[in-house]
Design a binder for this molecule. Structure first.
Ligand SMILES: Cc1ncc(COP(=O)(O)O)c(C=O)c1O
Length: 317
C-alpha cells in the first residue's frame, strides 16, 4: 500500500458509485474524531489464465462486518448478498485485472462535537490494486511488543473497530522500530493473542495450535480457512487454546494468517530461531494449499470464491 491510489478509481460512497477523488467526509465526522467505524478487508485475486477475478470469502467478510456493526449500533442497510453484488459491480466498473484489496468501511457520520454516537450512519466500499502486504518469502522475524492487546471489555478486538487499530498501529510501529517484521501481542493476562493485523499459529508436537477467540483476537477468516485446510487436507489436529509466551520460543513452527498477510511463515521470534530457523514443513504445505485454494485451483474450495466477471459461467462449470 505504498503508493497513493488513483483519484479516478470508482468507489461506492454515499449510496452511489463516484470517483475516489470525490469520496470525501467532513472534518467534524464523528468516526474521524472518535474512531467509531467498523471496517473489513477482502482480497481479490486475478487469474490471467482464466481472465477472472476471484473475491475470497466475500460473504463471510460481509457477514462479519454486519455482525460487528451491531456492536457499535451502526445500521447497515444492505444484506450480505447485496453487499457482495455491489462489490462485484464496483470491480467490474473499474475493469480491474490485477490482485485487489477491498476495504468496506461503515461509520458514525454525524458532523458535530460530542462523543455519544447517534443514528447517523454511512458506509463506503473501496477496491485498490494490491500486492504483498509483508514480504514473507524467506520467513519473518517477529517480536513480542510491550503494548498489550485491547481487552474485550475496553474495545472489542473481534469487532474490527477503527479506534482499536491505534493498538495495532502502536504495536506495528514498535516492532518495526525494533527491527522486527511483525508484532506479537500478549493479552493483559500474558497469553499470546495475535499479530498487529493477523492471527498466529504455532506447531507443537506436530499439532497446530492457535489462541482461542476469547483471548481478545479478531475472529480471522483466514484463520478459519487455514484450520479447515489443515484438518481436511493434512489431517492435522488443530487445537484452539491459550498460548504462553515461552511456547513461542520452543515451538517447531510458527506463522501468521490474515487477508493481507495470507499465510506468513515466521522463522525467528525475539531473536531466537523458530524450530530449525527455516520455513517449517507444515507451514509451507498450508501456505501452498491456501494459495491454491484462493486462486481457484482447488475444486473443493471454489465455494470460497466469487468470480466477479463471469459469475454465471463459472457457477455452471
Ligand atoms: C487484528 C487482526 N487480527 C487478525 C486479522 C486477520 O483476519 P482475517 O483473516 O479475517 O483477515 C486481521 C486482519 O484483518 C487483523 O486486523
Amino acid at each position: 500500500m505504498a503508493t497513493e491510489p488513483s483519484r479516478e478509481l470508482i468507489v461506492y460512497f454515499d449510496n452511489r458509485f463516484v470517483p475516489l477523488g470525490e469520496a470525501k467526509v467532513g472534518i467534524l465526522t464523528h468516526a474521524l474524531h472518535y474512531g467509531t467505524g467498523v471496517f473489513e478487508g477482502i482480497r481479490g485475486y486475478w487469474d490471467a489464465g482464466q481472465r477472472e477475478l476471484f473475491l475470497v470469502r466475500a460473504a463471510e467478510h460481509y457477514a462479519r462486518w454486519r455482525q460487528n456493526c451491531r456492536i457499535l449500533h451502526i445500521e447497515l442497510p444492505l444484506t450480505t448478498e447485496e453487499l457482495t453484488r455491489l462489490t462485484a459491480e464496483m470491480i467490474r466498473r473499474n475493469g480491474f485485472e490485477t490482485n485487489l484489496y477491498v476495504r468496506p468501511l461503515a461509520y458514525k457520520s454525524a458532523e458535530r462535537i460530542g462523543v455519544h454516537p447517534d443514528e447517523h450512519d454511512a458506509f463506503a466500499i473501496v477496491g485498490l490494486p494490491f500486492g504483498d502486504y509483508l514480504d514473507s518469502r524467506v520467513g519473518l522475524h517477529a517480536g513480542v511488543v510491550s503494548w498489550r492487546r485491547v481487552e474485550d471489555n475496553a474495545i472489542p478486538g473481534r469487532a474490527k473497530i477503527c479506534g482499536a487499530y491505534v493498538n495495532s498501529a502502536l504495536a506495528g510501529d514498535e516492532a518495526r522500530r525494533n527491527g522486527f517484521d511483525e508484532a506479537i501481542f500478549l493479552t493483559e493476562g500474558g497469553n499470546v493473542a495475535e499479530g498487529a493485523a493477523s492471527n498466529i499459529f504455532l506447531v507443537r508436537d506436530g499439532k497446530l495450535i492457535t489462541p482461542p477467540v476469547t483471548d481478545n483476537i479478531l475472529e480471522g477468516i483466514t484463520r478459519a480457512s487455514v484450520m479447515e485446510l489443515a484438518r481436511q487436507e493434512l489431517e492435522l489436529e488443530v487445537i484452539e487454546r491459550s498460548v504462553d509466551r515461552s511456547e513461542l520460543y520452543v515451538c517447531e513452527e510458527m506463522f501468521f494468517t490474515g487477508t493481507a498477510v495470507e499465510v506468513a511463515p515466521t522463522v525467528r521470534v525475539d531473536h531466537r530461531p523458530v524450530g530449525t530457523g527455516h520455513i517449517g514443513r507444515l507451514t509451507a504445505a498450508l501456505r501452498h494449499l491456501y494459495t491454491e485454494a484462493t486462486r481457484g485451483r482447488l475444486e473443493a474450495y471454489r465455494r470460497w470464491l466469487l468470480p466477479v466477471y463471469r459469475p454465471a459461467a463459472v457457477r455452471a462449470a
